[in-house]
Design a protein around this ligand. Structure first.
Ligand SMILES: O=C(CO)COP(=O)(O)O
Length: 258
């Protein structure tokens, strides 16, 4: 029996302004109980401009909801117009930061080297990376999902020492399942999540691999979350569209009741 606490994280992507963010987190706070927080770690990843509002709400009401950003700069400070640094996120008491999301890789040309630099920037600032990996449809059709995803993992973790890597969260998000309604089967999710854990054991140790939480992401909803969470190497979900509906997100957090 795994001792890993499941992590359910809502990646809002480019949705919800700061007022909507406050209303949304208030709804979550109203619905979630200590029983929920005892069983599952709950996090939201709002757009940058919402983070200060979310922090104020979480601090003021002593909420147990964690929060983080969807990206960060690899740099500390300076002439990087439009960028946000890890120290800025740390100042807002962010716990998590998503790194290497497929939408960043696809639309912003983020490569292995940059993802690795961002992981380093996150750790430097005490943030927990949620490293996103996963294959596109062509790779899946060619049956290469495991080697492809493990190569992304290897690149992201280059020169990351064990004492840092043991806290990482890895999100397996097959690109063909993101926002498409086409969810991976529980067996598909397990195949790659299990392989990720195996590689962590090779890169570091079995003990470390057993500690790391591996999420599945891609069209997760209340109706499919329980079957995915039943897989031995799936320790949570990174939820996009369904996380924008507070009631639906709460149902996902309560996956054991679905
Ligand atoms: O990309 C995702 C989370 O990071 C998944 O998005 P959807 O849940 O909308 O498919």
């Amino acid at each position: 029996m795994s001792t890993r606490t499941p992590l359910m994280a809502g990646n809002w992507k480019m949705n919800l302004n700061h007022l909507e963010a406050i209303a949304h987190v208030q709804k979550l706070a109203f619905a979630l109980t200590d029983k929920d927080y005892d069983a599952v770690e709950v996090a939201v990843l709002p757009p940058y401009i919402d983070l200060r509002s979310v922090q104020t709400l979480v601090d003021g009401d002593k909420l147990k909801i964690k929060y983080g950003a969807q990206d960060l700069s690899a740099h500390d400070s300076g002439a990087y117009t439009g960028e946000i640094s890890g120290s800025m996120l740390a100042k807002l008491k962010c716990t998590f930061v998503a790194i290497g999301h497929s939408e960043r890789r696809q639309y912003h040309g983020e490569d292995e080297e940059l993802v690795n630099a961002k992981i380093k920037a996150a750790y430097k600032n005490g943030l927990t990376p949620i490293l996103c990996v996963g294959e596109g449809l062509d790779v899946r059709k060619a049956g290469q999902q495991v080697p492809h995803t493990l190569a992304q993992l290897d690149g992201a973790l280059r020169d990351i020492p064990a004492e840092q890597a043991e806290t990482i969260v890895v999100a397996y998000e097959p690109v063909w399942a993101i926002g498409t309604g086409e969810v991976a089967t529980p067996e598909d999710a397990q195949e790659v999540c299990g392989a990720i854990r195996g590689r962590l054991a090779e890169l570091y140790s079995q003990e470390l691999a057993e500690k790391v939480r591996i999420q599945y992401g891609g069209s997760v909803k209340s109706g499919n979350v329980a079957a995915i969470m039943a897989q031995p190497d799936v320790d949570g979900a990174l939820i996009g569209g369904a996380a924008l509906d507070a009631e639906e997100f709460v149902k996902i957090v309560r996956f054991r009741d679905q």
